[in-house]
Design a protein around this ligand. Structure first.
Ligand code: TRP
Ligand code: SF4
Length: 341
């Protein structure tokens, strides 16, 4: 019996932070035991926007290779096992570019223009002159998924519209060419625990907001970031009664110190716990939880050949599958066969 296929990608933002780990990555790690998983770093998608500041983009490609590499290291350090899933770089699979081209012929412009994330990206990145590639972002994403006939796509709610378009495109292709080449892809909505930013419980941890703890942080950097976290501003002395619900430190106790969560609340509210100690305790718990990830990270950093090997092996496997898909696609579209080349 063949396992269902899972495909998912992330833009190469470099080293992951706790929000990425607790959200997407832990979920991917769980899926690798039950499904045949294809996980890729979408370097082409990074080129759909100009970049600038800390972000890579078509005007800022200087850091692209490093960001891809850092992300791959953190995927493996975070628990993706190259023996169980395929880990690779999007642009190492030229078949995806070919599929994107063919899909671009049958993607109605209206679908792309209506895509809500297109408008958000233009506003969010303040893009004056959006490119053809940016408009086609979901078509490229569909090619990413369908080159491997992905049935399930674990992503957050913000990506649902893209997966829905993938499904529409697969159906359109199948019905145009009277063949069931592509599956009907489903979103596996990731139930992400809310990981707040280090600056506010009302914000999400994100690289661009700078309110994050990266997996690449040392124990001391982690402790220092915890020391600077936003707490209840009315609680100044240990015996002041606190309000844990607006406190970032408290929110993280809920993730890294679940067993004592109720105790932390109680002691804070009754003025039996000071913020300095509360933060020390949290940093200790976080550093404990992150120790194995950091150890794997150090090993991979010390052995640069290893991550290259992992990405190479992943791409070899993914390409085999994508080649078969493209053979089928060219065949049903009646493109002239390429002979034995
Ligand atoms: N668009 C996704 C994001 O911004 C990344 C992505 C690219 C992706 N291709 C994909 C996700 C294929 C799932 C499947 O997060
Ligand atoms: Fe936050 Fe802990 Fe201080 Fe309470 S004691 S305000 S939970 S840091």
């Amino acid at each position: 019996m063949s396992k269902g296929r899972v495909t998912s990608g992330m833009r190469p933002t470099g080293s992951l932070h706790l929000g990425n780990l607790l959200g997407a990555l832990n979920n991917w790690v769980r899926l690798q035991d039950e499904y045949e998983c294809f996980y890729f770093i979408v370097d082409w998608h990074a080129l759909t926007t100009p970049g600038g500041g800390d972000a890579v983009g078509y005007e800022h490609v200087g850091e692209l290779q490093d960001r891809v590499r850092e992300m791959a290291i953190d995927w493996v350090a975070g628990g993706l096992d190259p023996e169980k899933c395929s880990i690779f770089v999007q642009s190492h699979i030229p078949e995806v570019a070919e599929l994107h081209l063919l899909f671009s012929m049958i993607t109605p412009l209206g679908w792309l223009e209506r895509n809500p994330t297109y408008k958000e990206m233009i506003l969010g990145y303040k893009i004056d002159s959006p490119s053809y590639g940016l408009l086609g972002y979901p078509t490229l994403q569909s090619a990413d998924i369908l080159a491997y006939k992905g049935e399930y796509v674990p992503v957050g709610k913000d990506q649902e519209a893209h997966v829905n378009m993938t499904r529409d495109l697969a159906q359109r292709f199948n019905s145009l060419y009277g063949a069931k080449v592509f599956p009907i892809t489903q979103t596996l909505l990731t139930e992400v625990p809310k990981v707040p930013g280090t600056d506010s419980v009302d914000k999400k941890m994100s690289k661009s907001a700078g309110n994050y703890i990266a997996l690449s942080f040392t124990e001391e950097e982690t402790a220092e970031t915890v020391r600077n976290m936003f707490t209840d501003p009315t609680k100044i002395r240990k015996n002041d009664k606190g309000h844990p619900d607006g406190c970032v430190v408290f929110a993280f106790h809920g993730i890294y110190n679940k067993g004592e969560f109720a105790v932390v609340r109680d002691e804070c509210e009754k003025g039996l716990r000071g913020c300095v100690d509360c933060k020390k305790q949290l940093a200790g718990r976080m550093n404990e939880a992150l120790a194995p990830v950091r150890a794997r990270r150090r090993d991979l950093e010390a052995n640069p050949g290893r991550i290259r090997e992992i990405l190479h092996a992943g791409a070899m496997h993914a390409r085999e599958i994508a080649r078969d898909t493209l053979d089928e696609v060219r065949d049903v579209m009646n493109l002239p066969p390429r002979g034995s080349s």
